[in-house]
Design a protein around this ligand. Sequence first.
Ligand code: NAP
Length: 337
Amino acid sequence: MSDTFKAILLQKDGDKVTSSIEQVSQDMAPALPPGAGGDVWVKIDYSTVNFKDGLVLSGSKLLAAVYPMVPGIDYAGTVESSEDPKFKPGDKVVMNGWGVGDAMWGGYGEKALSKSGWLVKLPDNIDTHQAMVIGTGGYTAMLAILTLEDAGVSPDSGPVLVTGAAGGVGSVSVAILSKLGYEVIASTGRPEEEPFLKSLGASSIIERAELSEPGRPLGRERWAGCVDSVGSHTLVNALAQTMHSGAISACGLAQGADLPGTVMPFLLRGVSLLGIDSVMCVMARREQAYARMSTDLSAEKMAIIGAETRPLAAAIETGGQILQGKIRGRVVIDVNA
Ligand SMILES: NC(=O)c1ccc[n+]([C@@H]2O[C@H](COP(=O)([O-])OP(=O)(O)OC[C@H]3O[C@@H](n4cnc5c(N)ncnc54)[C@H](OP(=O)(O)O)[C@@H]3O)[C@@H](O)[C@H]2O)c1
């Protein structure tokens, strides 16, 4: 099945990356690696725009590993054909990570060739549109929450902090944590998003600037856990204000990739700093995350988070907006529009 399909194509000319909508053929794509199961063709319904998509679309630091590239680090759609009996035509599936949209062709096209070992079958109550409301940001939020639970953080431990709360990882984290019964403190640089965050279940809002500047090695103990998608001083200050034996899931670097802090929260309060990697996460953990999202993220909250669906061509402009921190919640891309 190597017919042509419509896709956003990134091409490199020297140090410059251009993007355009083209008819492409899988023959132009880098070969999929051996292993990881059999080949599966997926008819894509929706993709979305994550922070990393913004970087790849902008051509920043030539972030895609190979050109020409069909970007889009995630997608959801319907299996057309499969070499692996694990999938059959008609199955609804979701793809996140594995180097898709960066080293291999991704979600900003009408179809994609995948490996069976990379796809997750969607739970019956999550459709392909909702799967992209969740997107990689939301799936990462669930991984971060599972990791806090594994570290012993529970609603009885105390409040939890979510940084970058109005963004993709942040908004899904707020919604899930509040459904689980946590008191959620949402940190945002957009005070105008307070009604949005409260509608997702945030108990209180704090100003981003409270955490984003250099602070003291230890501060008042304010939260038992945190989902951090911001990094840098924000993560360091979040650590310094975590209660004894608390934990932080570190997911992102919206403020910066640096970690300009001290070891005092680890030594004097037994705080744990836990890393989250959605890209190479093992399949059993992915399936656990989607199973949990099917119970812990309501359709009503998903509708609030993913209120906007844009056509394929708009992915490019949306990529610029996410890098500027201007996207609220998550934007879904209808690749067939
Ligand atoms: N570890 C993984 O596997 C994984 C997976 C997905 C995403 N990520 C990372 O997680 C981060 C968030 O991704 P996303 O898709 O949720 O992006 P997003 O929708 O743009 O959300 C990021 C949020 O961070 C806040 N922010 C932006 N610039 C900031 C700054 N200079 N200082 C402090 N806060 C700032 C903003 O929230 P407010 O406006 O509410 O302040 C923004 O909405 C990115 O760094 C991304 O690369 C990692």
